[in-house]
Write a protein that binds this ligand. Sequence first.
Ligand code: GLC
Length: 586
Amino acid sequence: MTVTGHVHGATRTDSPSQPATVPAPAAAFHGESAPGEGTPWWRDAVIYQVYIRSFADGNGDGVGDLLGIRTRLPYLRTLGVDAVWITPFYASPMADGGYDVAEHREVDPLFGTLGDAEALIAEAHRLGIRIIVDVVPNHTSARHRWFREALAAVPGDASRERYIFRAGRGERGELPPNDWESVFGGPAWTRIAERDGGPGEWYLHLFDPAQPDLNWRHLEVRAEHEDILRFWLDRGVDGFRIDVAHGMIKADGLPDVGYSGQIEMLGSSVLPYFDQDEVHEIHRSWRRILDEYPGQRIAVAEAWAPSLERLAAYVRPDELHQAFNFHFLGTPWQRDDLRRVIDDSLRTSSLVGAPTTWVLSNHDIRRHVTRYGDGERGLRRARAAALMMLALPGSAYLYQGEELGLEEVLDLPEELLQDPQRLRSEDGSSGRDGCRVPLPWGGSESPYNFTPLNIADSWLPAPDRWREKTVEAQWTDPASTLGLYRRALELRRKLPALGDGQLDWPDGSADLLSGDADDLLVFHRAPGFVCTVNVGERPVTIRRPGALELSSVELGEAAAVAADSESPATDAVVLPPDSTAWWSIR
Ligand code: GLC
C-alpha cells in the first residue's frame, strides 16, 4: 500500500459530524498516484456503501437523501474510508428502492436535486473521499420514456425493440415465451394489453415487472448508456458500481432453462440470461470511456458469476477494475472453507492481474452479524470476520451500519415492508427490508437522529435495542465495533503490509501450544505482519507471533497453559473463540 503524506482521520475526541482536523484538499486523496507510478488507489481502497434511503435524512421527511450524506461526510472521513458508493438517487417511481430508473440524468426529488449531487461530490472531494455512483443498465423503470413509448405502440414497432417483447406460447399466446424466472420470484415475463385492450405481447423482466429488461443488442441502448456514463463522469464522479453487470446480454433465441428454482442456482450455474460471454464487450467499451477521464475513474461489477474463474473475467485488464467477491461473502465460518475461498480468489484474480474485492454485507443480503448466528456470537464472529477481511490483500467494501455491529431487523411491522422481492416471493420471508433499516446516529429512541431533530419517523423504525449501537454511543469507546473499525482502517493506512499485495500461510500448527489446529487460520503479509483467526468455539493458545496491533476481542492470559507446557507465560497467548488479531513482527 502506498501511504501518501495525507493524514486521514481525526482525534478520538472529535464529534461524528464535526472533525477536529481541517479537511485536506482534494489533491490529497489517499493512494493518489500519477499514472504508471505507485499503487492505483482502487487496488486497496476501503469503500463504504451508502444505501441512500437509510443513511441520513437531510430534509426531515424520514427518508435518507443527498443532503443527509453531505452532512455526514465528516463521519465517513473520520471513519477512514477512501470512497463512498451511493445506491441510485435518480428519478424513479421507487418500485425497487430506486433500482427502477425512469430518468438517469435527473435526481429524484425524494433525494434532492442535481445541485445537491454536485455539492456532495465537491464536498466529498474536498474531504479526500471519492464518490462512486450506481448505474443500472440491465433494465429501466416501466415509467421510463422508452417503455411508455413501447407500450403505446403496436407489436413489431421499432420502439419495442429497445426492450425484449415476444409473442406468448400456447394457442392464443397465453403462456410466457419461455420458462425464465424472475430473481424476485414468479415468471420473468408479463403480458401486456395492446392498444385495443386485448391481451398482447409479453415483455421480459428479470426482476420486478416494473423493471423491464433492455435489449442490449440495440445500438441506441448502448449509445444512451455511454452518454449516461459521460454525464456523471463530467460531474466528477470517480466511478460506477454496475448493477447486474452479468445481465444485459441474453442467449440467442432465449432458450428455456429446463428446470424451476433457477434463482437458487444464481452464482453457481450457467443460465441463458446471465453471465453470457458477449457481456464483456460492453464492459470493454465502458472501460475505454473511463480511461478517457483523468484521475483513475473505476467501475465495480455486481456480477453473480458461477465460479471465481468466470468472475475474474470481469476484471481483465481491459474490462472493469473490481468485482464483488460474493463467493467469499457466502462462505461459512469454517477454517478450510475460508482458506479455500481466500486462496481461490487470490489465484483467480491474480491470473488476470486484478486485486480481489472483499465484501461481507450489502443492501440485498442478510447482515453478516445475523448470518453468523445473531446475538453475541454473531457479533463476535462479525467483528472477527471484518478484521480478517481488512487484512487480506486487495480492496474491501463495507456496508453502512456494519461498523456499528448492526444485525438484520427481523421483526419489522408487516405493513411497513416495501421490498418487491418479499412481495413476490412465495413464503414472504426473503425480504431485504431488514438490512435497510435507517442508521442510528444518536439519542435514545427511533429514529435515533436519522432525521434532523428527530422531527419525523424514519421510513422503517429502528429497534429499541439499537439505543446502545448508535454512532454517538460508540464514538469514544475504542472497544466498541465502531472503535474497532476506526482503528483497523487507521492501521491499514499505517502498516505497509496491508492493502494490495500477497499473503502466505505459514505452517499453522508450528506455533500452536494448545487447542485445535483445525480452528486456526494464520497468514503472513510482508513486511512484518501476521493475522491470526480462531474460527472455533474453544480457545486456542499459540506462541505470541509479535507485538499485538489490534484484536476483535480482548486476548486471554496464557499463564495456565504455560504451567503445563514448556513455554514461558510471556511467550504464549490465548486466542478466544471467534476472534481475529493483528500482529507486527520485526
Ligand atoms: C441489484 C441490486 C438490487 C436490485 C437489483 C435489480 O441486485 O443490488 O438491490 O433489486 O439489482 O436492479
